[in-house]
Design a protein around this ligand. Structure first.
Ligand SMILES: Nc1ncnc2c1ncn2[C@@H]1O[C@H](COP(=O)(O)OP(=O)(O)O)[C@@H](O)[C@H]1O
Ligand SMILES: [Mg+2]
Length: 310
């Protein structure tokens, strides 16, 4: 009897010390997912990975539930959503369902939506006084050429508001090119923005990785020869760098403005100082961990532990 009691107590103490963490990821084999699983397990947590595609919603006033592959999801202390750009809507709905069940999420549904759309992110950043490149956007303009004259410094950058990995980010050499590209995007029903080209950045951008109220790692990405986009998916190279205090402050302010606890803030060094071009709500870990040697996944898990405890 006593042995049974001791065993039960030991079992329960384990249960209260460690957490059941659920990672939402379309592919458990991805580097970022693997990294989080490894870090979480090494801290003694029970980690599961669910594909958000196979999560179902039950909605009733005061009684929200989630099913995964037909089984009700129970006993989860925290979720870490890894939501790709192609499933933003589904991802944000699922996060909201978890939130409504009182489960802590490292990324809020609201912040995911705010950050994912470049125009909405720039609106929020600029309104918070954070420096961003001059940007204009239109869904329809009879006089695109006249509208573009609001910036009129060529080359000009044109991007789809939901571009990722640099796809949908183009450079227009002249106003005629810019009008033609904007027309094509508008015709395709793609929401586009035009933005001043920060030529001094010369194909180099900075990724500052924020966890909580700290920049835990930062890298510089250098575009391939002849390319202005410094995305790793476009063949850029990454090296670890030290940020200036101003860059650290801007990174933290940007994450805070968008309500993100975990964020990949992308900065360009302009002649007027750092400007933020985008903030990633589900930043990849492979590039940053590879370039800096920092165990960013571990930082995320430790942050989560503190948040859930609070
Ligand atoms: N205004 C700009 N001036 C100079 N380079 C830019 C500008 N905007 C984007 N870039 C380059 O293009 C890359 C991709 O743009 P970004 O806005 O980050 O879109 P994505 O979400 O597709 O990565 C950036 O990493 C940067 O190298
Ligand atoms: Mg980017």
């Amino acid at each position: 009897m006593l042995a049974f009691f001791i065993c039960t107590l030991l079992y329960l103490s384990q249960y209260f010390k460690e957490m059941n963490i659920l990672i939402l990821s379309r592919n458990p084999a991805l580097y970022s997912t693997q990294s989080l699983v490894r870090a979480g397990a090494s801290r003694g947590h029970f980690i599961q990975v669910y594909d958000h595609f196979y999560c179902d919603f039950y909605i009733e006033s005061g009684n929200m539930k989630i099913y995964h592959n037909g089984y009700q999801v129970n006993g989860i202390h925290a979720i870490i959503p890894r939501i790709g750009a192609s499933v933003t809507d589904l991802g944000s709905l699922l996060i909201r369902q978890f939130e409504s069940m009182g489960i802590y999420s490292s990324l809020s549904s609201d912040s995911l939506l705010k950050a994912r759309n470049k125009l909405s992110a720039l609106q929020i950043l600029a309104a918070s006084g954070i420096p961003v490149p001059k940007t204009i956007s239109t869904a329809y303009s009879e006089d695109l050429s006249g509208f573009l004259s609001l910036i009129d410094d060529y080359p000009l950058i044109i991007k789809l508001v939901n571009s990722t990995h640099g796809i949908g980010v183009v450079k227009a050499a002249t106003r005629t090119d810019a009008v033609a590209i904007m027309e094509a995007f508008i015709q395709m029903k793609g929401r586009a923005l035009a933005q001043e080209f920060i030529r001094e950045s010369e194909g180099i951008d900075i990724r500052s990785f924020v966890v909580g109220n700290k920049v835990v790692a930062s890298m510089e990405r250098r575009a391939q020869e002849g390319e202005f986009r410094s995305n790793l998916h476009r063949g850029a190279e990454a090296v670890s760098i030290e940020l200036t205090q101003e860059e650290i402050d801007i990174s933290l302010q940007s994450a805070k403005a968008l309500g993100l606890n975990i964020a990949g803030v992308d900065l360009l060094r302009s002649k007027h100082g750092p400007v933020v071009i985008e903030v990633n709500a589900s930043p990849g870990l492979e590039g940053i961990e590879g370039a800096t040697g920092v165990d960013v996944a571990m930082e995320i898990i430790k942050f989560l532990e503190k948040q859930v405890k609070e």
